[in-house]
Design a protein around this ligand. Sequence first.
Ligand SMILES: Cc1cc2nc3c(=O)[nH]c(=O)nc-3n(C[C@H](O)[C@H](O)[C@H](O)COP(=O)(O)O)c2cc1C
Length: 329
Amino acid sequence: MDGVTDAAFRFMVAKYAKPDVIFTEFVSAEGLSFGADTLLLDFLYSEIERPIVAQIFGSSPEAFFKVAPLLCELGFDGIDINMGCPDKNVAKKGGGAALILNPKLAKEIILKTKKGIKEWTEGRSLKSFGLPDNILNLLSGPTAKFGKDRREVPVSVKTRIGYDKVVIVDWVKHLLDAKPANISIHGRTLKQMYTGSADWEAIAKAAEVIKKTGTLVLGNGDVKSKKEAEKKAKEYGVDGVLIGRAAFGNPWVFSDKEPKVKEKLKIAVEHAKKFEEIFKNRKFYNIRKHLAWYSHGFSKAKELRIKLMKAENAKECELIINEFLSENP
Ligand SMILES: Cc1cc2nc3c(=O)[nH]c(=O)nc-3n(C[C@H](O)[C@H](O)[C@H](O)COP(=O)(O)O)c2cc1C
């Protein structure tokens, strides 16, 4: 999730709950293909996250073709194409959920992504795909993983049930023409944004069609626990379930654990330290939303939250939390 599931957060998730698969935030394929090198920070990851899938968005098949081998070279276990983002800035350029209105382009994007991967696995050099030098030069830095084995990673799609009305069954039939390895479906239309509730019946109808082709299907929307995910998977015939917002301040949502307040706050400190370790030049306020989410749902949480919002670094955060725990054992 954009602005949330960075490498520090994903590390915490992998360490404390280990879901079957983790996705990065979405990153602009066009941005990368034009040389926006700071975007590579969104593709930092730790080995414990595997399998880790890189998610990209955009509307230019050529950009996907160039960026796919880059993601292979970075060692990702899969490439997911975002066709579900409702953000105006993304949709007005024809990317994200706007692709639901343009199945021809959507298919071309999947096919070009696969083509990029295929040519790379066959030995074509990354340099020859035409990415800007500043991106290529950075690959010798700490982000480089260099998947030496040149394996052909799967391409998947994350989408919604429609643009302004539910069209998911027809829409997935188009997607299936391009043979993605998996289709993940958030049970809302673009128009709904995040309002109302996810339509799991619509997901189930699409799942029936998708499964006939041997393609995997994951359902998504409003799931709050691992138990609920397992129940939904059975009830609606999907191969798995993606959990998004329920992971805010709750990285252990993918497990059966429900830590006590003390453990939760220790994890918050560890998260803040991890953030500083990974993102040396990123301002600490970027992690405040996580600290606010961690300090919720227990006695005097608000007082703690107000103090944490003023912390300038992980050390201060630790002092505030230790003080809180000694006063509230
Ligand atoms: C802040 C925020 C950022 C998101 N960013 C992404 C993203 O980068 N890629 C994506 O596929 N979905 C993104 N989503 C959508 C979620 O992945 C998910 O589909 C949606 O929130 C519904 O699932 P949930 O009810 O489990 O949260 C984002 C959602 C939120 C709230």
